[in-house]
Ligand binder design. Structure first.
Ligand SMILES: [Mg+2]
Length: 174
């Protein structure tokens, strides 16, 4: 039976050193990374990037990318909610809604692709190539999923000579 004592126990477990009114630290710093006598709130105040600085640096293209990336995330949340209703609440699957949310995600993905002049075909080709390297047997296995062979230097492009994997002669991939 859950009662007030249960909740009191939870609250106590979640308690950290209480916030006290004091002069510092401020965003200017909390006295170094090894200062262990700080609260989590102090840490966040010290490390978070200033919102005015972010706004001052934003370009129109940055704002567009943020808009599109936020859109992908929020629409993915709406898709997740539709799946949750069907799988957890056992409601009939609403395929029209699934199609709507997939379309909404595609909208924002296209906005990101256009910002970088990337076609959908290029993305799909790259994805297929990655999966081919990762699952070289043509089927899923836990071992290949964990090995992530596509991340091997053999499949990377050298940042110096721009050669692929074994063709790199400058040693940039080692
Ligand atoms: Mg939507």
């Amino acid at each position: 039976m859950i009662n007030d004592n249960f909740w009191q126990g939870i609250l106590l477990k979640l308690s950290f050193r209480p916030e006290k009114k004091r002069s510092g630290p401020t965003r200017a710093g909390v006295g170094g990374a090894m200062n262990v006598n700080i609260t989590h709130a102090d840490l966040v105040r010290s490390l978070v990037k200033d919102g005015d600085a972010i706004a001052g640096e934003l370009t129109g293209n940055d704002a567009h990318l943020l808009h599109m990336a936020v859109g992908v995330s929020t629409e993915a949340g709406e898709l997740l909610d539709a799946v949750k209703k069907a799988t957890i609440y056992r409601k009939p699957i609403d395929c029209e809604n699934i199609i709507e949310e997939l379309g909404d995600i595609e909208f924002y993905l296209e906005g990101i692709r256009q910002a970088f002049a990337i076609t959908r075909e290029t993305v799909l080709f790259a994805n297929i190539a990655k999966l081919r390297r990762r699952y070289h047997e043509g089927r899923f296995t836990n071992e290949q999923a964990q090995a992530r062979a596509d991340k091997s230097p053999l499949f990377q492009q050298c940042p110096n000579c721009k050669q692929q994997g074994a063709d790199c002669v400058c040693g940039g991939l080692r």
